[in-house]
Design a protein around this ligand. Structure first.
Ligand code: ATP
Ligand code: MG
Length: 413
């Protein structure tokens, strides 16, 4: 089957030329941003450029709410589509054919396009008009073009679940025809919101939490706590693998690997067993806050949800959160149940990594009945024999930095 990019395009009396472009439409929420809108669309275009840097395509036109890209050829198109599918801020994208704004030209091009694909039994025309200068309304285009396609191909119309959806978008005195339009991720382009630092365990919840905040345009720095050398270091490899997966949504990542081993040994000696988990968590937040401030992050992110485990009763969350001095803690999953979180993790692809067994630093030395109703005061009392500040700055100083980049070409930052 000749590809639509064949050197001698299909022509006719109207000189219909089947030269596709790739059209990208930004998520509608960007349009609501008033004065920030220019900044949002600039960031969206910058991100787009990075996402397609090694796909043999480039931006040929920037629009307010989208962009038009050159078509990379059939061989590269699936690869490029995968990139666009992972780009926050994109509402939809398509391989689309620009046609002169006339019903004759539209019909002829649709006919030429249909000749290139295996026809299913049913179809639908989906017209939309950003350019209102065209004399026909969208329903009129649907009806006229639909009748023509039906006569010509024998396909029948199915508005709900068509085998083929023929899209006709009218804008800028051009009709953009497409047989395959795909949904993007939506959300906000990475970089339009401030940086956050996410506490990434190796569990199911925290990668999902980080992803949710990314979808609001926040670049994420990752922090993982491990108990090496008290235990083997497999949780670190898991954290790296998860960061690699999440980096596909934000281009570059920094992961701070922090050993909690020394602190855990001290807590073991100085505090009541039932308080260990709460104290580990308080240290994690203090260390994470210090790293976040150095990274220029404006908030921490955790995968906590109320009541899920003993350390996540509201009482314990209060006792743990009390150590935060400057930054807020964002908890995107706070009211989600485990089933919903698992569904999101599966869709994201992190689930399979998260369920691999590892030695989590919080499962170490955990008593049979950890406290469920601590308070900031009782927790602080348990820390009275610990050099909290010293332990925190030592852990921060010994943290290792690991970087990831995607697409892999180009320096990691
Ligand atoms: P997760 O599935 O994310 O591990 P969880 O349901 O197991 O969550 P906890 O283990 O209580 O719940 O952890 C709550 C949150 O604390 C995690 O979502 C994560 O943000 C943070 N956290 C826990 N352990 C670690 C760790 N080892 N390194 C970094 N952050 C951690
Ligand atoms: Mg966990």
């Amino acid at each position: 089957m000749p590809g639509p990019e064949t050197p001698s395009p299909v022509t006719s009396s109207l000189s219909v030329s089947l030269r596709p472009r790739v059209t990208v439409n930004y998520f509608h929420e960007i349009a609501l941003k008033g004065l920030n809108r220019r900044m949002f669309t600039r960031q969206a275009a910058d991100n787009l450029k990075r996402a397609i840097q090694d796909t043999d395509s480039r931006i040929v036109e920037r629009r307010d709410m989208g962009a038009t890209l050159s078509y990379p050829g059939d061989a590269k198109w699936p690869f490029m589509a995968e990139r666009l599918e992972r780009l926050f801020g994109v509402e939809r994208f398509a391989r689309a054919y620009p046609v002169t704004l006339s019903m004759d030209a539209i019909r002829e091009t649709v006919g030429a396009l249909l000749a290139l694909v295996a026809l299913p039994k049913t179809f639908r025309i989906s017209a939309s008009r950003a350019d209102k200068s065209f004399p026909l309304t969208s329903p009129e285009i649907n009806a006229q073009l639909g009748a023509w396609v039906r006569r010509r191909t024998g396909m029948t119309v199915d508005l709900d679940d068509p085998g083929l959806d023929i899209r006709v978008h009218l804008r800028d005195r051009t009709a953009w025809l497409s047989l395959e339009e795909r949904r993007g991720l939506g959300g906000m382009p990475i970089g339009v919101s401030g940086r956050v630092a996410a506490l990434l365990s190796g569990g199911i919840d925290s990668p999902v939490a980080a992803y949710r905040v990314m979808s609001r345009g926040c670049p994420v720095t990752f922090i993982h706590f491990h108990s090496f050398p008290l235990v083997e270091g497999s949780s670190r490899e898991k954290a790296k693998e998860l960061v690699d997966m999440l980096t596909r949504y934000q281009f570059r990542s920094r992961l701070h690997l922090v050993s909690l081993a020394e602190i855990q040994k001290r807590v073991l000696l100085a505090a009541e067993p039932d308080y260990r988990v709460v104290l580990y968590r308080r240290f994690m937040l203090r260390i994470a806050e210090a790293i976040a401030l150095k990274e220029g992050a404006l908030a921490l992110v955790t995968g906590e949800s109320v009541g899920q485990v003993s350390s996540q009763t509201l009482e314990n969350m209060l006792a743990i959160n009390a150590v935060m001095t400057r930054l807020p803690v964002l908890r995107p999953l706070v009211a989600a149940d485990k089933e919903e979180i698992v569904r999101m993790a599966r869709a994201l692809g992190t689930y399979e990594v998260s369920i691999q067994p590892d030695e989590d630093c919080c499962s170490l030395f955990v008593p049979p009945h950890p406290v469920t109703r601590s308070t900031p005061e009782t927790a602080a009392a348990q820390e009275k024999d610990l050099d909290v500040e010293g332990l925190v700055s030592e852990a921060v100083a010994n943290a290792e930095l690991w970087r990831a980049a995607w697409p892999e070409r180009g320096p990691a930052g």
